[in-house]
Design a protein around this ligand. Sequence first.
Ligand code: NDP
Length: 256
Amino acid sequence: PARWSLQGKTALVTGGTRGIGRAVVEELAALGAAVHTCSRKEAELGERLKEWEAKGFRVTTSVCDLSVRDQRERLVAEAAGRFGGKLDILVNNVGTNIRKPTTEYSAEDYSFVMATNLESAYHLCQLTHPLLKASGSASIVFISSVCGVVAACSGTIYAMTKGAINQLTKNLACEWAKDGIRTNSVAPWYITTSLTEGLLASKEFVASVVSRTPLRRVGEPGEVSSLVAFLCMPGSTYITGQTISVDGGMSVNGFY
Ligand code: NDP
């Protein structure tokens, strides 16, 4: 197969209507993959689908709240049906944040962020394992965060979910290598999406972020999706178990 192509591949990308997930759907589809994606909002999925069809992308969708166990089971059943029981690529993108001081989190906050960011990704790996194994050469990519690599100005629950995902990346890379499944994690710093637009509307906040970022700016979704695509291609078949930061140099900065 061509090293820089995803022609003939099948992909499940969670949370594809906005932000990083949307960029990943478009990147993979443009490189030739058939993509199935989901979100909680049927109307927005419909809008995206029209745009994608107009561009000639092969994308299908399911309405699904990924924080709910039986909805995850239904999503994977639908993707398995569409792709004939075989899946080459799983991108666990869905994630959210509740920003509070640790002393103010409620039990509900804890369960919600854990279920959305960590349990959903873990369970989707379990559910898709037979499909990925059937591929013979599959790639799982998690959208983690540098907030799970270093301690940054984010909520502790969020950071814990991302730290756990980075560990899960290593364990599955070892456990599932024999099944022809590679597992990597992409860890962004601030990216302009609907998740961060409120925060990034504050000039002071952006200034504090940028002051710690050697490249002196925040990132764009397309700067994350390019790495995700690479990690799914034949050109990356010896890379597994890694967490790679897409952060303008923030996580290595001790001085600048
Ligand atoms: P957005 O909030 O902009 O987009 C999230 C997408 O996921 C939407 O399509 C949303 O649709 C969908 N989604 C959210 N919750 C659920 C759910 N429970 N079930 C199904 N779909 C859901 O987020 P980003 O693009 O910013 O973030 C994507 C990932 O990147 C997350 O894991 C985040 O932690 C990570 N990340 C983001 C950074 C950033 O600066 N933006 C930095 C580091 C990591 P809907 O709400 O309609 O369901």
